[in-house]
Design a binder for this molecule. Structure first.
Ligand SMILES: Cc1cc2nc3c(=O)[nH]c(=O)nc-3n(C[C@H](O)[C@H](O)[C@H](O)COP(=O)(O)OP(=O)(O)OC[C@H]3O[C@@H](n4cnc5c(N)ncnc54)[C@H](O)[C@@H]3O)c2cc1C
Length: 383
């Protein structure tokens, strides 16, 4: 960039980052403060440079590093699967990405919503991927339409399972089954994928429980639907776990943060639907390592009125469709067990990466996991 070679800068960036238009919008700011400075020592926004290059520079051609032509199957088209496919294509393989949904993208397609990730961003990414020779097959439910061994028999050199996370982890409070309690993924899919009319099912007063990034994607989506939105967080406003930029933007849009608050149960009205959420105030003390530990403050319980509660407490992979495969190993939470520091599963030729291996991975870690899995597959397949 400093030399004025924007084409070269983007080509270089794309070698290690398949989605600069995504990281350029969503990456946490922490790295910028510590690592990225200009010659005068001023802070430079790496995120803004990535976004600028990705949004404004069109690459004349995508270069491939080789032409091995071996086919590799990637199952799932979220960030893990796509980043693996991109790296494999760059190494000269022919990746085919299989996706259960009618269109590719996984997380990118609906979890951030049009506010954070406009649909044209994903469309641009998919165009670039197709130009790089990556094939997509949608409406393909792996486990039913084909099993890993069948894909290997069809001539694929390796199969990478990157089917992500989809099953909401319960909050562990009473009343989670009452009408009007909606897991974040279900809410985001309904609004951002299926464009369902929220007037039919979304109340006026929405409480979001959870303080990781998705809680704020949910809250910003709900407030733009004209709802009054409160996010319940355990600690102070200054110590929310999510990306600080997401929290700041949410507050700027008018979302209330209910700090030092721990939900204990969801109240149903006479119609069986949400009427409110019973909470307890929390206090904090510092432990011996100087870390903040939240403790009950003893002030008793109180109720926040709500018509809809959206839960964003974390997710687990839904791998039931793989359980009958002899030899494939799973962890207690349903994630696929891989070898230590590796994407290899117990089955030869079958690899796994992303949320299906580590459900709590952040987006950026997921992108890296896909890249590393592709490099490992290359090590196994190259002569
Ligand atoms: C509601 C929600 C919101 C989130 N918001 C954020 C956020 O704001 N910031 C952040 O950093 N992280 C967020 N995450 C976490 C983030 O989504 C994950 O870190 C990351 O997306 C996992 O990427 P992945 O590629 O492993 O899976 P995914 O993006 O989930 O993609 C998996 C793909 O596999 C497909 N698939 C599943 N089963 C099959 C099958 N049997 N056959 C074929 N295809 C299949 C799915 O349809 C999907 O397209 C969120 C997670 C959830 C659940």
């Amino acid at each position: 960039m400093a030399k004025g070679d924007r084409q070269g800068a983007l080509a270089l960036l794309l070698k290690t980052n398949p989605f600069p238009e995504v990281t350029g919008r969503l990456c946490p700011e922490i790295f910028e403060e510590t690592l990225c400075q200009n010659r005068r020592g001023d802070r430079v926004s790496l995120r803004a440079i990535e976004r600028y290059l990705a949004d404004n520079v069109a690459l004349k051609q995508i270069s491939s590093l080789g032409s091995r032509k071996t086919k590799v199957a990637v199952i799932g088209s979220g960030p893990a699967g796509l980043s693996a496919a991109w790296t494999l294509a760059g190494l000269g393989y022919s990746p085919t990405v299989y996706e259960a949904a009618p269109f590719p993208g996984g997380t990118f397609g609906y979890r951030f919503g049009p506010v954070q990730l406009p649909p044209k961003v994903l469309q641009g990414i998919l165009r670039r991927f197709k130009n790089a020779g990556i094939a997509f097959l949608t409406d393909f439910l792996f486990g039913r339409a084909a099993l890993p061994a069948e894909l290997l028999e069809q001539g694929f050199g390796a199969v990478l399972v990157a089917t992500g996370v989809s099953a909401a982890r319960p909050l562990g409070i009473t009343g989670e089954g009452v009408g009007g309690v909606i897991p974040a993924d279900v809410f985001l899919k309904a609004v951002n994928w299926r464009a369902e009319d929220p007037e039919l099912w979304l109340g006026r007063k929405v409480i979001v429980v959870g303080e990781i990034d998705p809680a704020f994607a949910v809250a910003r989506t709900a407030i733009r639907l004209g709802r009054k939105v409160t996010v319940v967080v355990r600690g102070p406003e200054t110590h929310v776990q999510a990306n600080p930029m997401f929290v700041r933007h949410a507050v700027e849009e008018g979302i209330q943060l209910k700090a030092f608050t721990s939900p204990v149960g969801i109240l149903a009205g006479p119609d069986g639907c949400v009427q409110g959420i019973v909470c307890r105030y929390l206090d904090y003390r510092m432990d011996n390592n100087g870390r903040m530990v939240m403790v009950a403050d003893g002030a008793g319980e109180f109720t926040l009125d709500a018509d809809t509660v959206i839960t964003a407490g974390g997710w687990e992979p839904d791998t039931l469709f793989l359980r009958d495969i002899p030899g494939l190993e799973f962890n207690a939470d349903g994630s696929i067990r891989t070898k230590p520091e590796s994407a290899a599963t117990a089955l030869p030729g079958i690899f796994a990466a992303g949320g299906v291996v580590e459900p709590d991975m952040s987006l950026t870690d997921t992108i890296l996991a896909g890249t590393r899995a592709a490099q490992e597959i290359d090590e196994k397949l190259k002569p």
